[in-house]
Design a protein around this ligand. Structure first.
Ligand code: ZN
Length: 257
């Protein structure tokens, strides 16, 4: 079992960068120029990543819409649901192929997210030699409740994986993907527009462990040195208060009683 992914520097240096405004044209807006399209639903396109930097993997990209300026936090409900359904469906299909030790689904948004292209997208990557599940403790999905019904749980980690604020959405029933999508959008909107820290970047990470799908929504800042150097995560002392704020925000945003 592998513990590391091998990054090709040669391909990495060829990758276009549009996440900072540098006058580079956006490759995802040039729909006619896209190659190796795998699946498509309206403006949502799954294709092979042209710059596959990771060895022993299959790297794919989901372009979420044909609007370069749109963002998951502002999608109308029908488009939000379509994107999350499309992403989860194609992710699980790749898992079924059994070519991979594990398959990851994630999203980078903003300058500190690790992404290079600004146009809203997600990535599905099949890992031939690494099982991401080995590194995940299930307790990192538990925490202060924001919303809960019999199908979906939305909380802030009390034992975060990396540290500070980690929002989790745990899906107990596959028929409730729309509810999951609402919770993910609440977290993204809250992070970008209503957080008590100024934050322009976040990641989504999806996990499929013991038959349950979970999503972490993580605001990104400069990473804590204690985590980088010692793998010690930190948790803040106000997660209950932040959960209360989010509870109200989520109810208002999605008109939940
Ligand atoms: Zn674009």
């Amino acid at each position: 079992m592998g513990t590391h992914l091998y990054f090709s520097t040669q391909i990495g240096t060829q990758k276009p960068v549009t996440i900072v405004n540098n006058g580079n044209s956006c490759p995802f807006c040039d729909v006619d120029g896209l190659e190796n399209i795998i699946a498509r639903e309206d403006s949502i396109i799954l294709l092979k990543n042209k710059y596959s930097t990771l060895k022993n993997t299959l790297q794919t990209v989901i372009i979420e819409s044909d609007d370069c300026d749109s963002e998951l936090s502002t999608y109308k409900k029908d488009h939000l649901y379509k994107v999350i359904h499309f992403a989860i469906k194609n992710w699980l299909e790749l898992e079924l192929r059994k070519d991979f030790k594990s398959v990851i689904l994630f999203k980078n948004h903003g300058p500190l997210s690790g992404g290079t292209i600004r146009h809203s997208h997600m990535q599905i990557v099949g890992l031939e030699q690494v099982d991401y599940k080995e590194n995940i403790q299930l307790e990192c999905f538990e925490g202060a409740t924001i919303y809960k019904d019999k199908n979906v749980e939305f909380n802030i980690s009390s034992k975060p994986k990396m540290g500070f604020y980690e929002f989790n959405v745990v899906l107990h029933d596959m028929t409730a993907i729309n509810n999951m999508a609402d919770c993910i959008q609440t977290a993204a909107d809250y992070i970008l527009n209503h957080f008590h820290y100024k934050c322009e970047s976040y990641n989504l990470f999806f996990y499929h462990i013991n038959g349950i799908i979970s999503c972490k929504i993580i605001p990104r800042f400069v990473t804590s040195p204690l985590y980088i150097g010692y793998s010690i995560p930190q948790v803040t002392d106000d997660i209950e208060q932040v959960a209360e704020k989010l509870k109200k925000f989520h109810q208002q945003k999605h008109k939940i009683d």
